[in-house]
Design a protein around this ligand. Structure first.
Ligand code: AMP
Length: 201
């Protein structure tokens, strides 16, 4: 998934990984106002409102560790979120589109298991824990994210099509006229194979 690839790229280029999904999940665990607003929406696979997420992102990006670059994972997810970057003078140099067919996405997500405390991800088939349903490092229980259940994944794909897909054209057109690179890669294959495809380009 995009989170795994984002981690590889952030290590490679030594830049912070700005995952709005992770930030929202942390807010839920911490029981903050943001977490309360986000929880039921996320469980159903619906996007958190642009207003809320833009504030969170701008606040994060203006911190010192982002001064020499950062990588967004899961942001922007709508055209208004992309426009908010312009309005806040946040410049994007590279967009990576990772293309994965729906059936592969549903299969991957339904097998994903997470250790809530650390965010460590496993997959029952592709990256199983040493012991079934237990985190390798702590031995604590792994869970399936509510939004990884197959019914919810189908809803998320619909949300993607209606709200996020338009960003492909938005950034592709921009790449024709502005100083922005657009890289499209297949996301089918093992995590290491996909990382190699991205790093080779
Ligand atoms: P992710 O971990 O990126 O798949 O995000 C999980 C969920 O968090 C999404 O289904 C949304 O409910 C919410 N979310 C994450 N990023 C955004 C965003 N940029 N805008 C709105 N909602 C988001």
């Amino acid at each position: 998934g995009k989170g795994t690839q984002a981690e590889v790229l952030c290590q490679e280029f030594n830049i912070p990984h700005i995952s709005t999904g992770n930030m929202l999940r942390e807010a839920i665990t911490a029981g903050t106002e943001l977490g309360k607003k986000a929880k039921s929406l996320m469980d159903e696979g619906i996007l958190v409102s642009d207003e809320v997420i833009v504030d969170v992102v701008v606040e994060r990006i203006t911190q010192k560790d982002c001064e020499s670059g950062f990588l967004f994972d899961g942001y922007p997810r709508t055209i208004p979120q992309a426009k908010a970057l312009d309005n806040n003078s946040i410049e994007i140099n590279l967009v990576i589109e990772i293309d994965v067919p729906d059936e592969v996405i549903i299969n991957r997500m339904s097998g994903r298991r997470v250790h809530v405390g650390s965010g460590r991800n496993y997959h029952v088939q592709f990256n199983p824990p040493k012991e079934d349903d237990k985190d390798d490092l702590t031995g604590e229980a792994l869970i399936q994210r509510e939004d990884d259940k197959p019914e919810t994944v189908r809803d998320r794909l619909e949300v993607y099509r209606s709200q996020t897909l338009p960003l492909i054209n938005f950034y592709f057109e921009r790449a024709q006229k502005e100083d922005l690179d657009y890289l499209k890669t297949s996301g089918v294959g093992s995590p290491a194979e996909v990382s190699q495809l991205i790093l080779d380009k």
